[in-house]
Design a binder for this molecule. Structure first.
Ligand code: ADP
Length: 457
């Protein structure tokens, strides 16, 4: 497990304080070294000045070298000739300083017995050796004070930075807390609520916007699901109510065997309607839950359309309708043959259902200029007003509910067609006007140019 704290606020503050501590430590060390360097450089140049003054005086007259102390006020120096001390200041002697044994020039710090450090500069040639010294204790005190100030300043600065960082991080992250509280209150029953967006441009605003968009999509699917459940229950109730009332009447009255057979017959009819409805619901649910899949097989659309239409010929014959199929040219499309068959069956079934007796239904398969492989199902029925075109593909939508039910329709046929076809990369379009019949076409892409539109809406 990570040693870092869990809260972002604490982590931010910690990082901030750690970085600041490193910066302040490096800065303090640099300041200390620089000041130390500067103070010692000043001391050394004063030593150089004192040494050359003593040297000058000695050169002018070795016997009068004491003038360097009396006149120039240089308090710490000694002059030796060979091993003999020519002159040594009173202060030098009192403090028991020594110029060291190193030959030539040397510069060093030294702690004499009195505990007050000095800096000594010596120069030596064949006949004499001069040493000057300056007290270093003031510099050392200054450096100690500086070190103390810096050492105390670092924890204080880090403490202030932790406090400031905690406050700032708290302020900056406050909207996240507010968003989380609000999001926690949103349930399936209150999907219409949205998170507050104070500024769409900042990170929190963008997060809230994305979350709100997701909520919007969820709400839409929930609403659709609720509508679907309500519609499905309504559809299922109708045949169930019919069965119950027929059954109740039969139970109540004593009927002859032929009447009972009628009752059972009409109950079976309702059962058949229920079975059809449940099958369609299952098919639709499967079509809706399936992810779009790229069609892998190339289908001979003409042959398949002819076979599908043929299975419904008996229904058309019952209504004395003519059912013709024009699938002359070899039209190939990339699609799933089972779903294409289901789509064609649904369209031809609708055409037979809604076209009056002795009408005509024509199935045509052709390649459009746009490259679409089109399967068109035309009829000479009542047609559909333009206002309904966009809606006939919705679940349970019927232009004329009574008529659809009377014909055994469930209101799901076109919705199933659209979902199946779209899940496999195709489209379904309608062209119809009242009194001029209806044409509904399934279009499957076959190397179609992007942007090329068919003549359908
Ligand atoms: P249904 O089971 O009611 O036929 P569909 O989803 O198959 O449900 O069709 C939806 C509605 O579209 C139908 O109720 C009907 O009003 C209309 N419709 C579909 N096909 C045709 C057609 N060929 N001619 C006239 N109206 C049609």
């Amino acid at each position: 497990m990570s040693a870092l704290p869990r809260s972002v606020r604490a982590r931010l503050t910690l990082w901030h304080a750690a970085v600041l501590a490193v910066i302040i430590c490096s800065f303090s060390a640099a300041v200390f070294l620089l000041v130390r360097e500067q103070l010692f450089a000043d001391l050394d140049s004063r030593l150089d000045r004192d040494l050359s003054a003593v040297e000058r005086t000695w050169r002018a007259d070795p016997g009068e070298v004491s003038e360097a102390e009396t006149r120039a006020g240089i308090q710490l120096f000694e002059v030796l000739e060979g091993r003999r001390v020519t002159y040594r200041t009173e202060e030098w002697a009192r403090r028991g300083l020594a110029s060291g044994g190193a030959a030539g020039s040397s510069r060093f710090s030294w702690l004499p017995a009195d505990g007050r450090p000095v800096r000594i500069l010596t120069t030596e040639d064949a006949d004499r050796r001069i040493a000057v010294a300056l007290d270093e204790s003031q510099i050392r005190r200054t450096l100690r004070t500086l070190a103390l100030v810096l050492a105390l300043g670092i924890p204080v600065a880090v403490a202030v930075s932790v406090a400031g960082g905690t406050f700032l991080a708290g302020r900056a992250l406050k909207p996240i807390g507010a968003l989380a509280d609000r999001a926690r209150q949103i349930t399936a029953e209150s999907l219409d609520e949205r998170l507050p967006v104070e500024n769409r441009e900042d990170e929190f605003g963008r997060l809230a916007t994305v979350f709100n968009e997701t909520l919007g999509r969820l709400q839409e699917s929930f609403d659709r699901l609720r509508r679907f459940t309500a519609d499905a229950s309504h559809e299922l109730r109708t045949p169930l109510t019919a069965m119950r009332s027929v059954g109740e009447v039969a139970l109540h009255d004593s009927l002859d065997p032929a009447a009972y057979r009628d009752v059972i017959g009409s109950m079976l009819e309702e059962v058949q309607r229920l079975t059809g409805l449940v099958e369609n619901l299952l098919l639709l649910t499967r079509a809706e839950s399936g992810r779009p899949q790229p069609a892998t097989s190339v289908v001979d659309v003409g042959a398949l359309a002819a076979r599908a239409a043929e299975t419904l010929r008996v229904l058309a014959e019952e209504k004395e309708q003519t059912l013709t199929v024009d699938a002359g040219g070899a039209v190939m499309a990339r699609c799933d043959p089972a779903l294409l068959r289901q789509g064609i069956v649904n369209l031809v079934d609708n055409a037979i259902k809604y076209t009056p007796a002795r009408g005509a239904i024509h199935v045509e398969v052709r390649l459009l200029d746009t490259g679409d492989a089109a399967i068109e199902v035309k009829d000479t029925g009542p047609g559909i007003a333009r206002a309904h075109h966009g809606r006939i593909f919705e679940r349970f939508y019927r232009v004329d509910a009574a008529r659809s039910r009377a014909e055994g329709g469930t209101g799901l046929g076109l919705s199933i067609v659209r979902h199946l076809v779209e899940a496999h990369g195709g489209r379904v379009v309608a062209e119809s006007e009242p009194g001029k019949g209806t044409t509904i076409a399934l279009l499957f892409p076959d190397g179609r140019e992007p942007g090329a539109e068919s003549r359908y809406l």
